[in-house]
Design a protein around this ligand. Sequence first.
Ligand code: SF4
Length: 230
Amino acid sequence: MISLQKKIGNGIIDTPSCPLKCRYCAHISLPRTDSSYEKTLAFLSDPQLNKVYIGGAEPMSQKTEVIDLIKALKRRGKEITLKTTGSDPKALKETIGFVSRYVIEIKGPMDDVALYQRLTQLNEAEVQGYLAALKESLEILKDQKLRIFLRIIPGYVTEEGIERLGKQLQGYADQANLVQFMSSRYDIPFDGISMPSPDIETMTRYGEVLLRYIPYIHLQGNGLDSVLKA
Ligand code: SF4
């Protein structure tokens, strides 16, 4: 099913596939140890684990097992964070009441079909379908705690794009995490970019723009780990 880790009080689950198949994504090809549902539940039921992070690639690619797992872990008193692309609103709806915080990975403004086509392996019609599902997911999660995960890829994510995305997300997300491209093991070189970029100054400026719409911004990157609050 998935690969598992434990880190001081936290259990982490990685699922292997994602419908977006981003061109720069290492996550979908990382080596992982397969684990059955029963083994996963037993592993995460460890009383020493208070929190469980169910993350990338896209957990809802295994929704039947993941939804059952979320409910079983909640019954065991775990605090659950669920990361998703927002591509399956119906499945997300089933998790309401069981998840403490949602994280939605977004690429840029939700009306920029061409941007999503350039970054993923989806065709135009598939991007349009995905963006409609993403917007539906945001509506479903409107009263939930929601963090946006946005990878800043130079030449693709711009200040104007951040401003536009901020307006689209205002009232939906209470936190955002901006991550510098190529600063984590989950990115592979893309379109000639192989070093962590953009620079810290640009990351901070983008964070300040998004702060007009989302009250808590976590900036992460190479030599960068800071929080901006409204
Ligand atoms: S970068 Fe995120 S959205 Fe894109 S394929 Fe990887 S896990 Fe999916």
